[in-house]
Design a protein around this ligand. Structure first.
Ligand code: KIV
Length: 280
């Protein structure tokens, strides 16, 4: 059964965990879809793990739409959520609605994700027929306001503010809310308090589902693994040793071997003019 926004509500009601993962290209999207993921988030984390920036801030609408189209082409029938990049929705609601619409119209996404606490914008998007995933806690687009990538909701006041925002986003119509790097008891309380499915990343086991960055899961990064992430493979290390072996074989003349050569009939030598038969 293909995922829809109703799947999020049904799985929450049945107590079945939702599994969401990021992807930025067609092949990875095909792989995570084949593995049975519930939804694919084309995260603006692409700015960091794909494009090599230090934060998510530089990625543009056009770049996010490109990644979204790649994912949609690679994972036909998957539920794809496009992550609205920094400054595509903060400057005004009209701008936000038209940028969100582009994710569905030009990107082929099924929903958008926006960070922070703007229930009026969520209501407008939902009214326009655009399903919205919220995102609270450590919202990376606010890295400068937070003074770094810092966990949120650790004080009583900040926990209460996040709970209040989650309730407001739920009432405004979010089908789901990402909770990033908040204490597990707060995430558990939010999950109990709202109808929208909570999707945690660094928010403990009691969310309605989990979202992970694909590069962390595959071990496709050069070093740092966030505390909340789990690595299941070593794609970077395996790739490094594969390419090293390839380089060694080129340098030692072991590659290409005869089986890698293009097969061809021996070229026909043209006869010298003296041997050719006279024209009749
Ligand atoms: O951009 C992203 O990948 C995200 C997830 C970490 C939730 O927002």
């Amino acid at each position: 059964m293909p995922t829809t926004i109703q799947t999020f509500a049904e799985k929450k009601r049945r107590g079945e965990k939702l599994a969401v993962i990021t992807a930025y290209d067609a092949l990875t999207a095909a792989m995570v879809h084949a593995a049975g993921i519930d939804a694919i988030l084309v995260g603006d984390s692409a700015a960091m793990v794909f494009a090599g920036y230090e934060s998510t801030l530089p990625i543009t609408m056009d770049e996010m739409l490109y990644h979204t189209r790649c994912v949609v082409r690679g994972a036909k029938g998957a539920f794809v959520i496009g992550d609205m990049p920094f400054m595509s929705y903060q400057a005004g609601h009209d701008d936000a609605v038209s940028n969100a619409g582009r994710f569905l119209k030009e990107g082929g996404a099924n929903a958008v994700k926006i960070e922070g606490d703007d229930p009026a914008l969520v209501a407008r998007l939902v009214h326009a027929g655009i399903p919205v995933m919220g995102h609270l806690g450590l919202t990376p687009q606010s890295v400068n306001a937070f003074g770094g990538f810092r966990a949120q909701g650790k004080t009583e006041a900040s926990a209460a503010a996040i709970l209040k925002s989650a309730i407001a986003l739920d009432q405004a119509g979010c089908f789901s809310i990402v909770l990033e790097c908040v204490p597990s008891p707060l995430a558990a309380e939010i999950s109990r308090s709202i109808g929208a499915a909570t999707i945690g990343i660094g928010a403990g086991p009691d969310c309605d589902g989990q979202v992970s960055v694909i590069n962390d899961v595959l071990g496709l990064s050069t070093g740092y693994l966030p505390r909340h992430a789990k690595r299941y493979a070593s794609f970077y290390d395996d790739g490094l040793s594969a390419v090293r072996s390839h380089i060694d074989e080129i340098r030692s003349h072991a590659f290409p071997a005869p089986e890698h050569e293009v097969g061809a009939h021996a070229p026909q030598r043209s006869k010298p003019a003296s041997e050719s038969s006279p024209a009749s």
